[in-house]
Design a protein. Structure first.
Length: 363
């Protein structure tokens, strides 16, 4: 058979694969409906493992790499979770026509939140000088117009959020108010002012970017600012999703975030800066990419694409970032000294320390 004929056969196989994926999605949507009816959680880790084990078995029988089959199936399961979650958010319609104002709703995270609330049946209004792409009702300035919304979400950069929350404390809106800030210390005074003014305020931090379409396995931190009911109302917004909510206080949040965001961003920014300073073209390096380099480069590219002003806020406005960056600096110096001095023991003990910390046995 010649290549055009073989390609025609492949085209047919691809068509069948897509048709089967669509059939799978249809069944998955039905399972989602049934789970909603019986109040069962959407995600079933045990079943996912069973599905992956099954396809690995089928792959072995068919003589193909089990990990190829498992990888394909993992993509399909992710698609299932997205579909079931989106259907459920719509079906439960928690918003029920209640009104929400998203301040900064044309920004990337603000726009994500506005769409998320809209999907839940909220009547969304955006306050932003920049036009919103989704066609929500809009005002340019948040403080020009009524604030009688059931929910006010402050989704602006941190310094503006601190100002807006403080101004909201003076205006005392009747609804629930929360911010989405990545760092909470700069908001401490404003959040306290809201509490003192009797505003139903809380603070949340969704630990995912605006491109997230499924919340499975994603975390949302909830911070109690003295009003449990406000915190529970914020938590309820995620009840129809598979996101995992975690409660912590404001200080613990910033301590942990200095490592989770601050340190991981810093490592990637430094990694890319070192590559850029090497004088070797990135395309040349990609051509000889190793497993570790490829994975690291993928993360570094994601970081490089992010908003540098937001990333600067995350580095500079969190008091806990100083110790985290100092620890990074010290680790690099220890590594450098070990390599320069030919000190294998100290190099090995640095790696051993990491292995113990991560409970990762040596391969
Ligand atoms: O079997 C289910 O309960 C499903 O919802 C289907 C499915 C899948 O795609 O196979 C999707 C999500 C669950 O976490 C487990 C499995």
């Amino acid at each position: 058979m010649d290549i055009p004929e073989l390609r025609a056969q492949l085209d047919q196989v691809d068509k069948d694969l897509v048709r089967l994926a669509a059939e799978r999605q249809r069944i998955v949507a039905e399972i989602g409906r049934s789970k909603r009816g019986s109040g069962r959680p959407l995600r079933d880790f045990r079943r996912e493992k069973e599905v992956l084990d099954n396809v690995r078995g089928h792959a072995r029988e068919a003589g193909i790499d089990p990990e190829l089959a498992a990888g394909l199936m993992q993509l399909l399961i992710n698609a299932s979770l997205t579909r079931q979650e989106q259907d459920t958010v719509r079906a439960l319609s928690q918003g029920g026509g209640r009104r929400a104002l998203v301040i900064g709703g044309s920004g990337r995270m603000g726009a994500w939140f506005a769409r998320f609330l809209d999907a839940q049946g909220f009547q969304v209004e955006v306050a932003d000088p920049v036009a919103n792409a989704a066609g929500f009702a809009q005002r340019e300035r948040w403080d020009e117009g009524g604030l009688e919304h059931d929910l006010i979400v402050v989704a602006t950069p941190l310094r503006a959020a601190a100002r807006i929350l403080a101004a909201l404390a003076e205006k005392r809106p009747p609804g629930i108010v929360f911010d989405l800030g990545s760092i909470k210390t700069p908001l401490r005074g404003s959040l306290a002012a809201l509490k003192a003014a009797g505003v139903r305020a809380t603070s949340i931090h969704p630990l995912f970017g605006p491109s997230a379409n499924v919340l499975a396995g994603r975390h949302v931190v909830l911070i109690d600012c003295g009003d449990r009911a406000a915190l529970e109302a914020a938590r309820a917004l995620f009840a129809s999703t598979t996101a995992i909510t975690v409660e912590m206080d404001l200080d613990e949040h910033d301590r942990v975030i200095a490592l989770v965001l601050g340190l991981s961003h810093a490592v990637n920014i430094a990694f890319t800066a070192a590559l850029a300073g090497s004088g070797v073209d990135s395309e040349r390096l990609k051509a000889v990419s190793s497993t570790t380099f490829g994975a690291q480069l993928g993360i570094a590219e994601g970081v490089a694409r992010e908003n540098p002003h937001l990333y600067f806020e995350i580095q500079s406005l969190n008091a806990h970032n100083g110790p985290a960056l100092t620890a990074l600096d010290e680790a690099v110096h220890t590594l450098l000294a070990a390599v320069r001095n030919g000190d294998e023991d100290s190099f090995v003990s640095l790696m051993q320390q990491g292995r113990d910390y991560l409970h990762a046995p040596q391969e």
